[in-house]
Design a protein. Sequence first.
Length: 488
Amino acid sequence: MSKENPVKVKFYNGENIPLELHKVRVVQKLNLVPVERRLAALYEGGFNTFRLSTKDVFLDMLTDSGTNAMSDQQIAAMMQADDAYAGSQSFFRLQKAVEEVLKKKYFLPVHQGRAAENILSCAYIKKKGGLIPMNYHFTTALAHITQYGGRIVELLYGEAYNLSSSHPFKGNMDIEKLEQVIRETGVENIPFIRMEASTNLIGGQPFSIQNLREVRRVADKYGIRVVLDASLLGENAYLILQREPGFEHATMAEVIALMTGLCDIVYFSARKLSSSRGGGICTNDETIYRELEALVPLFEGFLTYGGISVREIEAMAVGLYETLDETMICQSPQYIEYLVKALSSQGVPMVTPPGVLGAHVDAMTLCGHIPQTQYPAGALAAAFYLVSGVRGMERGSISNQRDEEGNETYADMELLRLAVPRRVFTLSQIKYVEDRMVWLHRHRHLIGGLKFVYEPPVLRFFMGGLEPVSDWPSQLIAQFKKDFGDSL
Ligand code: F0G
């Protein structure tokens, strides 16, 4: 599927491996603690990888959020930040970057992506409720919409739920269903349509420009606004260059401008989009700006810092420009493609085509013997940490929230996400991940289920506590020792 490598280097031996166009100048030492310590850490952390301490983690593949590598240019910019409560020059530099990269004139800074979701939900859902059609939910977006009394409807095509697919744009919205939902619900009950770039929870799958154009056409027909979650915008644009007919020779800047130009409101987590901290909401519509403006000082801070330090604002501005660099943006998707292909070819069920953010293991298939009531993706995340020291993230039913009556809702997919933050890991580390996952797949029958012992009412996956339903971790360790001896 992958077109020309943006790094434009061919290997004489025909090998197809990612080649980095950067060098490492600052490093952080890692620990690989013994398997017994990893077992103890799992019990201390309630079998929830969010609750592990990084001193017990070898490769941190939990997320790319705030963990992408920073560039020397970003660090340099942080040194010249302008500390001021109001009117900081750092803010104006960021505003200019938003205007030049995202092509939006009005910008509201917020402390991270979910703060933007809070503001949008507060402004447009709180008083009247309403239904938000979206390609697919993200955990924090859903939590904010429902907290303010709104509901969501997910409108992906059926193919998006096929985990081993070759469809290049599984994040596309079903246009016929969208029109049907609008007609049935009534325009007045739809505050906005939400499109998520590189749809996170289905395996970082992009949508196409063609699809976004169709969403825009329907939105215009009914007079509804389109909101873009641009947290993974750069990678979605990169995959458009790779996969969408007609965009073979387009640039990142052109595709990003097209995407944001088709949406009325663009919001993002800068923790992901521009490798730093913070977030923002931007628009070209002064009315929208006025509708949202007052909520920033209420929830975040003054309008020229929005709860973010000026140093982070500088890094965010530089990071936005860097998003236009295809040789930088390609780095994570290429590693992911490498890992997905390597694992798939050895029988490990992976979400295909390879998406962005991370490689996603299909835990429902891999742990087919574990019922969904015992959280196969959570169990796989715990088991993989145990045998490798690598921390992934459960993206399945534990990450789902209960319905209004308090009933458990089971996720469409049970995924273990192995995030590949940009420019952080080496190829030999990725090969280690491959090796341990292949081993675990061979011994998958030893993995058992989990049950909740502590369940917080909101976003339970963050701090929830679980325990194994049987003593399966000891059996897994016994097999590990048999095969690996005293190797870590
Ligand atoms: N939207 C998307 C698509 C995201 O992936 C995230 C965060 C957010 C919104 C919220 O942004 O964390 O800055 O408040 N995703 C992280 C992840 C947490 O690990 O996938 P935030």
